[in-house]
Design a protein around this ligand. Structure first.
Ligand code: NAD
Ligand code: MN
Length: 488
């Protein structure tokens, strides 16, 4: 029997009963309008977009496709709120609203987790334990800064920028909304937020929360729609600052559009993170770290550790244990509390993943995919590991943004630094070693915004996050995250 066959037959006896979270907790409405100037418009006034549950392909709700006029109304509402209310309010008053928003997110956490899992396809374990608590944590953290801006290191009396246009992706819908809104509001700006077209629902629940918190009208406006809605926001002359998270291609386009204007810009784009494993790393923790690094959120993570660089002396053992662990991952219904890997967010994303994986096979890398059964409806991809990957392969260079790991090897610290830095991106890396001096030596030489040591994909509101080169510029999180929203 092959190694792999042996593993699956042993695991066949490990049976988990389903432990489903109830989808009715989401309390979704059939349709949602736009949230502008403190209230929701009638969805019937707009063209509609449909958002699906990617785990089933079924429609969850229809949302408005924001037009150029809708964006204009939202930006004007934000301008009025900035000039008349929010920009004049004391930091201490602003902080009260932010604390209130954070607390209501916590109160409605279970509902938000179910909404996020339904709309995005991510496992409920992740939305419940990571996305939603972290979203609340970012509001709590920046609530604390609102009345202390003069101590943030940006001069004695830093001023807000004005109206911020914020465009976010579908991989962490509520968390990205929190990363954008919390620092902007703490610093005294008002906002127009454009969620991603496949995952608009948690932002619309957040709009209800803002109403519940009594946030003054127009301080935050949420305009759903596709790329054309985002583009209208970028082009609007009444916007002082654009913050974008998404693909490098769209980021590049936005940078061109903004270049001839006084608008300020921050971009958080793609990545091809190197997760570097030295022979002395504690193997059990490291295997879990590799798994988390690439299979967390189906690999739909800009800072994913999608390139594993493993020291040659342990490469065989690491690969064997990795494959065994991948075979144990439970793939399936995202609402099941036992699920490790959920659905791919959209048909488009699935075909991008399939295309790059086919390229990897064509280039001669060795593919292993989990033998797990995949649901018949919805969008799914089995967790996959490629070995014998060369630096020149596209699967070693291009962002796949899916549950696919490329494994490369190295011999010396000098070689691994060169290989890790051989990328157009520069968002995140991980280093695994028992020896602190070596970890620091490597970390100092890696060109990436975030370096994790003996861990991966760890997020905290107090620490800045962001990239260099084609991963973008600007920092979100921490004291540094305020800078993007202050005239310093
Ligand atoms: P995308 O960049 O097209 O979408 C991100 C956001 O930008 C969405 O809200 C979208 O509506 C909006 N948008 C699209 N075109 C726009 C335009 N011209 N002007 C303004 N806003 C616009 O990303 P995608 O198509 O969903 O994903 C494509 C690839 O991007 C993925 O495969 C992945 O590699 C990468 N990606 C990275 C991140 C990240 O966190 N850095 C997130 C999502 C996707
Ligand atoms: Mn959806």
């Amino acid at each position: 029997m092959t190694d792999q066959g042996l593993v699956s037959s042993q695991l066949g006896s490990l049976h988990y009963e389903p432990a489903l979270e109830s989808s009715s907790l989401a309390r979704l409405k059939p349709s949602y309008g736009l949230f502008i100037d403190g209230s929701f418009s009638d969805p019937g006034q707009h063209e509609n977009l449909v958002t699906l549950n990617p785990a089933t392909g079924e429609t969850l709700a229809t949302v408005a496709q924001g037009s150029v006029d809708d964006v204009d109304r939202a930006v004007k509402a934000a301008r009025r709120a900035y000039e008349n209310v929010w920009g004049k309010m004391s930091g201490a008053q602003r902080s009260k609203y932010l604390f209130r928003i954070a607390r209501i997110i916590q109160e409605r956490a279970r509902e938000l987790a179910v909404v996020e899992t339904l709309d995005n396809g991510k496992p409920i374990r992740e939305s419940r334990d990571i996305d939603i608590p972290l979203a609340a944590a970012y509001f709590f953290y920046y609530a604390g800064w609102a009345d202390k801006l003069e101590h943030a290191g940006f001069g004695p009396d830093p001023q807000p920028v004005g109206v911020a246009g914020q465009i976010i992706p579908w991989n962490f819908p509520l968390l990205m909304a929190a990363w954008k809104l919390a620092p902007a509001l703490a610093a005294g700006n008002t906002c127009v937020l454009k969620p991603a077209e496949t995952t608009p629902l948690s932002a619309l629940i957040l709009a209800e929360i803002l109403q519940q918190a009594g946030l003054p009208e127009g301080v935050v406006n949420i305009v759903t729609g596709d790329g054309s809605t985002g583009s209208a926001l970028v082009e609007h002359p009444g916007v002082d600052k654009i913050a974008f998270t998404g693909s490098t291609d769209v980021g590049r386009l936005i940078q061109q559009r903004v270049a001839s204007t006084p608008k300020r810009l921050t971009l958080e784009l793609g990545g091809k993170g190197a997760n570097i494993v030295f022979e002395d790393a504690p193997i059990d923790e490291m295997i879990e770290g590799i798994i988390d690094g690439i299979f967390f959120n189906q690999g739909h993570v800009c800072c994913a550790g999608s390139r594993l660089l493993v020291q040659e002396s342990v490469a065989e053992e690491v690969l064997r244990r990795l494959v065994r662990r991948v075979e144990q991952l439970r793939v399936g219904d995202p609402l099941d509390k036992n699920t490790d890997v959920g659905a791919i967010n959209s048909a488009e994303q699935l075909s991008r993943i399939e295309e790059l994986v086919a390229v990897g096979e064509g280039e001669g890398a060795t593919r292993y995919s989990s033998s797990c059964a995949l649901p018949s409806k919805g969008f799914w991809f089995a967790p996959t590991v490629f070995s014998n990957v060369a630096q020149s392969h596209r699967i070693a260079r291009d962002e796949i943004f899916g549950p696919v790991l490329s494994v490369l090897t190295f011999r010396t610290p000098e070689e691994v630094v060169a290989k890790a830095n051989n990328t157009k991106y520069g968002l995140a890396c991980g280093v695994w070693s028992e020896k602190g001096s070596r970890t620091l030596w490597v970390a100092e030489r890696l060109r990436a915004g975030v370096i994790w040591a003996n861990t991966y994909n760890r997020f905290d509101p107090t620490s800045p996050f962001g990239g260099m080169r084609e991963s973008g510029f600007g920092r979100e999180g921490g004291r540094h995250g305020l800078e993007a929203y202050l005239n310093v």
